[in-house]
Design a protein around this ligand. Sequence first.
Ligand SMILES: Nc1ncnc2c1ncn2[C@@H]1O[C@H](COP(=O)(O)OP(=O)(O)OP(=O)(O)O)[C@@H](O)[C@H]1O
Ligand SMILES: [Mg+2]
Length: 239
Amino acid sequence: MSMFPISASDLRFVPNGHAVLQGLDLTLGGEGISVVLGPNGAGKSVLLRILCGLLVPSGGQLRWGVQQDCPAGVAMVFQQPIMLRAAVIENAALGLIPLGVGRAERQASAWAMLERVGLADRAKDSARQLSGGERQRLALARAWLTRPRLLLLDEPTASLDPSGAEMVERIIREIRTEGCKIVMTTHNLGQATRLADDVVFMANGRVREHVPVGEFFRRPASEEARLFIQGELPWQMAF
Ligand SMILES: Nc1ncnc2c1ncn2[C@@H]1O[C@H](COP(=O)(O)OP(=O)(O)OP(=O)(O)O)[C@@H](O)[C@H]1O
Ligand SMILES: [Mg+2]
């Protein structure tokens, strides 16, 4: 049974009377990369957490296909992934345990995946010794290994240097090529133009625009989006 389209209608998240999402409408198809943009506090991370079932909305409707509960096959990578005090390969294989995959197969799959993300030579090291960029690649490997149908990435390159970010972007593209739907947030508009098929622009807990990426940057429909793009671009254009 397909989990797509994912549709949110009048979605609300109002913890302790504080309206974080206030009537969010969004439909996500099962293809490509949707990049969620918007200012700090817009509700992007909350939306991702709701889409993977970690937070429960206060109101409105949310469906994954015809299902009302978050289905299997959804994986999320956080901005600061949590690593167990164990070897890189053990951390990579972690997501396969609940899927009932035997130890030998877990190790073999994890090795192959570490090769793909450029961490095979670190397999036996403690995961907690990894740099931020290496941790992020390990977290992507861990999520990718479970063969999710939907992968949610919250600012996957936020604290990475340009080469670290480039490696992560390459991995994200590869995951997309394998047919996994990706929904990610970023504050890097260059990255959004490189990766996105469509842009979901959020402000004040609502989706203001959901359009193909070229259209968003060429002809933002709302004043908020126009100001948002202007506010972020000048320093990048200076180079
Ligand atoms: N679990 C939670 N319970 C209650 N409030 C929350 C929770 N998570 C986030 N919030 C609040 O929701 C609002 C939106 O937060 P969110 O983290 O989604 O913003 P964001 O768009 O991801 O911003 P940023 O660009 O800074 O990451 C904030 O005011 C935050 O304090
Ligand atoms: Mg956030």
